[in-house]
Design a protein around this ligand. Structure first.
Ligand code: PHE
Length: 346
C-alpha cells in the first residue's frame, strides 16, 4: 500500500537503500509501474476512478524518494564537514627550507649595485663559437693568447662550420651586446665560464661578471671610478683603495690589472686601506682596460666615434673575499654543512 511504501522510504538509512526502493516501486518491473500497466485493461469508468489514485500514488512516492535522498545527502555532507575540519592552531610540520647559494647571492648583489649606476644585465650562451669567444676579441687563430686559455672544445663544428667551445670568459657577451644593442651601452654580464683547470683555487667551471661601457669620450678615469664605487658598495667599506697596473689583454688597449689594498686582521686578509701601508699588501682582483679599437669594430661600431672600458672579475673569488671562504671547490660540492657553516643555510 501507499502508507507502507512511504514508511519504508522514510526508514531508508542511506542513499543506496533509497535507490533500491526506487527500483522496487518505479523501475520497469516496479510495483507501481505494474499498477499503471493495469489501467490499459480497465473499462473507461473503472479507469476514471483508479487512474487518478495510481498517478497520485506514483507522485507521492516519487516526491518521498527525492526528499529522503536529499535529506540523506545533506546529512552525509554535514558529517564530512564536521570530520574534515582543519585545526588552524596546530603547528605545521617543520621541513628544512632551501636557501640561495653564495654565488647566486653575490650575482644578485652585483646586479643591484650596478643597476644603481645604470647598468643593465646582459647574457650570452655558455656554448659559444670560437668567433665570439676569441676572434672578435682580437685573438685570431694564430694568436698566442688563445693558448693562454685551456679551452674545452667540442669535437664537431656547428652547422655554419664554426668551432664550438665552452666559453672561457664572459667577454664574448661584449661582442654580442654591441652587435645586438649598438651604442651607447652599459651592461654587466654575469655567468658560468669553463677552463680545463682544477686545484684548490681553480675549478673547471667558475663564474665571472663582465662589465662593458661604450659611449663618447670614455676614459680610464671612468673605469677607475666605476670599479671603486662598485667595490666600496660590495664590500661595504669606504676605505677600499685600488691600484691600477699596466697589463696585457688582446681585447683591451691599454690593459690594466686592478689590485686592491688589504690589511691582515686576526691572521686573515681584510680588504681596506692602501696596500703600501705597513703590514698591508696588494691583492690582484680583476682584469680590465679600454676596449680595443678592433673589438669595437668587430662589435659593428665606429671606434672613432665610440670608446669604452671593460672589466672581468671572478664572482666566486668575490664571494670568497666577502664571506671569508677559503676553498673554491667547496662552492660546487653541494654540501649543506658548508653552507650552514658560513650562514647560508638554516
Ligand atoms: N676576459 C678576461 C679574463 O677572463 C678578463 C677581462 C675582461 C680583461 C674584460 C679585460 C677586460 O681573464
Amino acid at each position: 500500500t501507499g502508507q507502507e511504501a512511504l514508511a519504508r522510504i522514510a526508514a531508508a538509512s542511506d542513499v543506496d537503500s533509497v535507490e533500491k526502493l526506487r527500483v522496487e516501486f518505479l523501475g520497469k518491473q516496479g510495483s507501481i509501474s505494474g499498477l499503471l500497466k493495469t489501467l490499459g485493461a480497465m473499462s473507461p469508468e473503472e479507469r476514471q476512478v483508479e487512474g487518478p489514485k495510481i498517478h497520485a500514488l506514483r507522485e507521492s512516492v516519487t516526491a518521498a524518494l527525492a526528499a529522503r535522498k536529499d535529506a540523506l545527502e545533506g546529512a552525509a555532507l554535514e558529517a564530512r564537514l564536521a570530520a574534515e575540519r582543519i585545526d588552524m592552531s596546530l603547528p605545521a610540520p617543520q621541513t628544512p627550507r632551501g636557501s640561495v647559494h653564495p654565488v647566486s647571492q653575490v650575482m644578485d648583489e652585483l646586479a643591484e649595485i650596478f643597476a644603481d649606476m645604470g647598468f643593465a644585465v646582459a647574457t650570452g650562451p655558455e656554448i659559444e663559437d670560437d668567433w665570439h669567444n676569441f676572434t672578435a676579441l682580437n685573438m685570431p687563430e694564430t694568436h698566442p693568447a688563445r693558448a693562454m686559455h685551456d679551452t674545452f672544445y667540442f669535437p664537431d663544428k656547428d652547422a655554419e662550420g664554426r668551432d664550438m667551445l665552452l666559453r672561457t670568459h664572459t667577454s664574448p657577451v661584449q661582442i654580442r651586446s654591441m652587435l645586438k644593442q649598438g651604442a651607447p651601452l652599459r651592461i654587466i654580464a654575469p655567468g658560468r665560464v669553463y677552463r680545463s683547470d682544477s686545484d684548490a683555487t681553480h675549478t673547471p667551471m667558475f663564474h665571472q661578471v663582465e662589465g662593458l661601457v661604450i659611449d663618447k669620450g670614455i676614459h680610464l678615469g671612468h673605469l677607475k671610478w666605476t670599479l671603486e664605487t662598485f667595490l666600496k658598495a660590495f664590500f661595504e667599506r669606504e676605505d677600499i683603495v685600488l691600484r691600477l697596473r699596466p697589463s696585457y689583454f688582446p681585447f683591451t688597449e691599454p690593459s690594466v690589472e686592478v689590485d686592491v689594498g688589504f690589511a691582515i686582521e686576526n691572521g686573515r686578509r681584510v680588504l681596506g686601506g692602501s696596500g703600501d701601508a705597513p703590514g698591508h699588501g696588494w691583492m690582484e682582483l680583476l682584469g680590465s682596460g679600454m676596449v680595443n679599437r678592433k673589438v669595437i669594430e668587430f662589435g659593428g661600431l665606429d671606434p672613432d666615434e665610440w670608446q669604452g672600458f671593460a672589466f672581468g672579475v671572478g664572482v666566486d673569488r668575490l664571494a670568497m673575499l666577502k664571506y671569508g671562504m677559503d676553498d673554491l671547490r667547496a662552492f660546487f660540492d653541494g654540501d649543506v654543512r658548508w653552507l650552514q657553516h658560513y650562514g647560508f643555510a638554516a
